[in-house]
Design a protein around this ligand. Structure first.
Ligand code: PRP
Length: 225
């Protein structure tokens, strides 16, 4: 029995496909060259769903995907219910969730205006700090909000820091580290235990030992190699 695997479009997908290929899971055609969003795998009877990041946890929670691969930011933002298992850190897509503000601009007294697309993460963070804030929801390009006077600071992902620097911002506090994670539907963890476990062991070997040859994982019965 194959797995349905939901993958995050974009950078995560590009980094994941080579890892999955080393686990012998490859889409029958390249997602780069096709407008299709569901692909059968060449072997193993798996199916790959190419989804928007915010939808990967939804697919996994609702069981239309057995497994999902997406960023920790997406998982945290999805909310507190988290009715799926987070089982593996793939060690790719490493970055940090940070607050940032304009260089040399002092934090104003009173309620802080914070622009972000990560409303849940920001709300939870400032609640933990006991800080009263007004959250402003944006969809992207958050860095321009302080420049335009819309916000005093932002909560955003920082990787190289180039985007902050280019827009006259500086990182302030780290909220958490982010990387790409593998999540598993609760029912699939039971009903497809051996397939899920085999995928986790294979990916774990690829990302942590960096050598599939050292992988001791035993394929479940009937899984073609
Ligand atoms: C992310 C993030 C920052 C940028 C950080 O944006 O929101 O803007 O990357 O990367 P850096 O520290 O290496 O400059 P993304 O490219 O995902 O687009 P977005 O603005 O639509 O979120």
């Amino acid at each position: 029995m194959g797995l349905v695997i939901a993958l995050n479009k974009g950078r995560i997908l590009e980094e994941c496909l080579p890892l999955l290929a080393r686990c012998r899971i490859q889409p029958e055609e390249s997602p780069d060259k096709s407008r299709k969003l569901i692909f059968n795998s060449l072997t193993g009877g798996h199916r790959l769903i190419i989804a928007r990041s915010a939808d990967v946890p939804t697919y996994v929670e609702n069981g239309v995907a057995d497994v999902g691969i997406t960023g920790k930011d997406t998982i945290l933002e999805y909310g507190s219910a988290m009715s799926f298992y987070e089982r593996l850190d793939l060690g790719i897509g490493r970055c940090a969730m940070m607050t940032a503000a304009q260089v040399d601009v002092a934090e104003p007294p009173g309620v802080l205006r914070v622009a972000t697309k990560f409303m849940n993460i920001a709300r939870h963070y400032y609640q933990g700090q006991g800080r009263q804030v007004s959250l402003i929801k944006l969809s992207g390009a958050l860095e321009i909000a302080p420049l335009l006077g819309l916000a005093d600071c932002i909560v955003d992902i920082v990787d190289t820091g180039n985007t902050l620097r280019a827009n006259g911002l500086t990182p302030l506090e780290k909220i958490c580290d982010i990387s790409t994670r593998l999540i598993v539907n609760r029912a699939s963890m039971k009903t497809k235990f051996s397939e899920v476990q085999y995928l986790i062991q294979q990916l774990d070997a690829v990302v942590n030992l960096d050598s599939i040859e050292e992988n001791q994982a035993v394929p479940p019965e009937g899984v073609p190699l």
